[in-house]
Design a protein around this ligand. Structure first.
Ligand code: G1P
Length: 297
C-alpha cells in the first residue's frame, strides 16, 4: 500500500499584478468566479480527492483570504432564524474543520519553488499535493482525484499536463515525453518557461502536482532558474534519472482555465455560467444575442 496523500499546499503569495487594480485591495484568490472565490474551487477539488490538511503559503495583504475560512456564525444564525435553509446549506458547505487549515508566510517573493519549500516542516516526510488556485479545472471526477487514483497505481511524482499551442510554451513549464502510456507518460526532461524553439514538446504543466518529499530536499539547494526565481519545475526535474523518484505527466480529462489572466477568467466565467442549472439557459440566450449583434456591426 502506498502512503496516502492527505496534505495539499496552496501557494497564494503572488501579488496578482495581472489583475490590477482589483488586486490593490483584494487577493486574487478571493475574486469571484460566478458565485464563489477562486480558492473555493481548489478547496472543493482537494476535498473530493481526500485531502485533510490544507496548507496555504501566503504573504502580506492576504488577510481577506484567511478570514474567508472563518465560520460565519452570525450569518448562519440569521439564515437559520429566517428559515433560509438553502442559503445556510451553501454557507455551511464552505466550513472547514478546525485545525484543518494552516498558513505559512513566504517572507520574500522568491518563486513558486521557494513558496512550496516554505511549507516543508508541515509536510515532513510524506507525499503531498500542490494546487495552484489560478488554474481552475472543470472535470468530473475532479482533476486531483483523477491524479490520486493514478498515483495509487504508479506512485512517483505526477504532474497534470495538457497540450498548448507551441508558441505559448514560454508561459509554462514544458514536459518532454520519454515513454507514453496514454493517460500518463514518463518524463524525460522538463523546463520552466522555455523559448518555444528550445523544446520538442507542447505538453504544458497545469497547476496540480502530487510530489514526493525528496522534491522538498531538492529545494533546500535554493538554485535559481527561469526569471531569476526558485522554480518548482527545476526541483522536480532533479528527480529524473539515477537515484531519483519517477516523474510522470498526467493527461487529465477536463477543461482547464487560466484564471490568472483576464481572458482566462472571462472564459471560465462564461463556461461555468453556462453549466449553471439555474441561469445557464438564460446566459446562453444572452450570449447568442450579443454575439449576433456584434456580427452586425
Ligand atoms: C507555474 C509553473 C509552471 C506551470 C504554471 C501553470 O507558473 O511554474 O510550470 O506551467 O504554473 O499554471 P506561473 O503561471 O506561476 O508563472
Amino acid at each position: 500500500m502506498r502512503q496516502r496523500v492527505t496534505k495539499a499546499i496552496f501557494p497564494v503569495a503572488g501579488m496578482g499584478t495581472r489583475f490590477l487594480p482589483a488586486t490593490k485591495s483584494i487577493p486574487k484568490e478571493i475574486m469571484t468566479l460566478v458565485d464563489r472565490p477562486l480558492v473555493q474551487y481548489a478547496i472543493d477539488e482537494a476535498r473530493a480527492a481526500g485531502i485533510k490538511e490544507f496548507i496555504f503559503v501566503t504573504s502580506r495583504g492576504k488577510g481577506a483570504l484567511e478570514d474567508y475560512f472563518d465560520h460565519a456564525h452570525q450569518l448562519e444564525y440569521e439564515l437559520r432564524t429566517r428559515g433560509k435553509f438553502d442559503l445556510l446549506k451553501i454557507l455551511e458547505s464552505t466550513n472547514m474543520e478546525s485545525g484543518a487549515i494552516a498558513y505559512v508566510r513566504q517572507h520574500k517573493a522568491l518563486g513558486l519553488g521557494h513558496a512550496i519549500w516554505c511549507a516543508r516542516r508541515l509536510i515532513a516526510d510524506e507525499p503531498f499535493a500542490v494546487m495552484l488556485p489560478d488554474d481552475v479545472i472543470a472535470a468530473d471526477p475532479p482533476c486531483l482525484r483523477q491524479m490520486i487514483e493514478a498515483y495509487e497505481d504508479i506512485g512517483g511524482n505526477i504532474i497534470a499536463s495538457m497540450e498548448v499551442p507551441r508558441e505559448r510554451a514560454s508561459a509554462y513549464g514544458i514536459l518532454e515525453v520519454s515513454e507514453d502510456f496514454g493517460s500518463y507518460f514518463s518524463v524525460d526532461s522538463m523546463v520552466e518557461k522555455p523559448n518555444p524553439s528550445e523544446v520538442q514538446s507542447n505538453l504544458a504543466i497545469i497547476g496540480r502536482y502530487i510530489l514526493t518529499p525528496s522534491v522538498l530536499a531538492n529545494l533546500d539547494r535554493m538554485q535559481t532558474g527561469a526569471g531569476g526565481e526558485i522554480q518548482l519545475t527545476d526541483a522536480i526535474s532533479q528527480e529524473i534519472g539515477a537515484g531519483g523518484s519517477k516523474v510522470y505527466g498526467f493527461r487529465f480529462t477536463g477543461q482547464s482555465f487560466d484564471c490568472g489572466s483576464k481572458i482566462g477568467f472571462l472564459k471560465a466565467t462564461v463556461a461555468f455560467g453556462l453549466s449553471d442549472p439555474h441561469f445557464g439557459a438564460d446566459l446562453r440566450e444572452y450570449l447568442q444575442e450579443t454575439v449576433a449583434r456584434h456580427h452586425d456591426h
